[in-house]
Design a binder for this molecule. Structure first.
Ligand SMILES: C[C@@]1(CC(=O)O)c2cc3[nH]c(cc4nc(cc5[nH]c(cc(n2)[C@H]1CCC(=O)O)[C@@](C)(CC(=O)O)[C@@H]5CCC(=O)O)C(CC(=O)O)=C4CCC(=O)O)c(CCC(=O)O)c3CC(=O)O
Ligand SMILES: NC(=O)C1=CN([C@@H]2O[C@H](COP(=O)(O)OP(=O)(O)OC[C@H]3O[C@@H](n4cnc5c(N)ncnc54)[C@H](O)[C@@H]3O)[C@@H](O)[C@H]2O)C=CC1
Length: 194
């Protein structure tokens, strides 16, 4: 059978959610910076007995991010919508993943895809345009390469097109059907043909 990626992508409003990252090392820095690059106002807490210097330096620009300097405790899951495990303790990750399931909390375990409810994607950002890429967990490096390629080929001017289309969209009169028709007609020329 042909391979299929069954993951369902969504775009989360992280400033309305409450995220816990367990760990304060390299992987925690990767995950927290991925979140803050996209959602600088995200509500995030990190809990770890030890924070790497790079993590602390990066987080200086984000005073709203809470740092808890101790080992993870069950109570840290209270009031969270999402938890990311990024420590070097596999058995702790298994335990947190189980606790998260009991609480209907979405859980990402950076080093163990089998324990993840969701994966982080590679993200292309050009103004209002955002594209998330997944390789179904097969090759994050390939996802990173595709991101770099798309960042390169999508012109920065795409923002001008988005702004114009937004104003046209607001001003268009008529029913839903006729709006779709008009917008499809206007954007026909935007798609590059192979
Ligand atoms: C399943 C997933 C779960 C998750 O983390 O959410 C996962 C899992 C694992 N990553 C591992 C390694 C690496 N991860 C990266 C980088 C990224 N990893 C990201 C996502 C994901 N990584 C999810 C799947 C996404 C998909 O569907 O494609 C990105 C896209 C997003 C982000 O993390 O923000 C970000 C690129 C951002 C960008 O630059 O655009 C690099 C490359 C690098 O850093 O240069 C390496 C080293 C090279 C390599 O292995 O390829 C390992 C092995 C650990 C080990 O060997 O011990 C595992 C565990 C395993 O696979 O078993
Ligand atoms: N560094 C990398 O890019 C990658 C690392 N990995 C794997 O991911 C794991 C983590 O790697 P790093 O982030 O580099 O390690 P690290 O040593 O930089 O960070 C580990 C963090 O876990 C914290 N921690 C340990 N016990 C804890 C507890 N009970 N509660 C809360 N926090 C706790 C530590 O205080 C520390 O902040 C390792 O198993 C590593 O093999 C996997 C892929 C890439």
């Amino acid at each position: 059978m042909e391979a299929q990626n069954k993951l369902f992508p969504v775009f989360l409003k992280l400033e309305q959610l409450n995220v816990l990252i367990v760990g304060g090392g390299n992987v925690a820095l990767e995950k927290v910076s991925a979140m803050l690059r996209n959602s600088p106002e995200a509500k995030i807490s990190l809990v770890a007995p030890f924070f790497r210097e790079e993590t602390l330096t990066y987080l200086k620009d984000f005073p709203k991010v809470e740092l808890i300097h101790r080992a993870f405790e069950v109570g840290d899951l209270e009031g969270r919508d999402m938890v990311v495990c990024a420590t070097d303790q596999y058995t702790l990750h298994e335990r947190i993943s189980e606790l998260a399931k009991q609480r209907h909390l979405l859980c990402n375990v950076a080093d163990t895809p089998a324990l993840c409810d969701f994966y982080l994607g590679s993200i292309v950002q050009k103004g209002d345009l955002k594209i998330a890429i997944s390789t179904n967990g097969k090759s994050p490096t390939m996802a990173k390469r595709i991101r770099a390629f798309l960042e390169d080929v999508i012109p920065d001017e795409i923002q001008l097109s988005l702004d114009s289309l937004e104003s046209i969209r607001k001003e268009l009169k008529g029913d839903f059907e006729s709006k779709i028709k008009a917008l499809n007609e206007m954007t026909k020329g935007l798609i590059f043909k192979k």
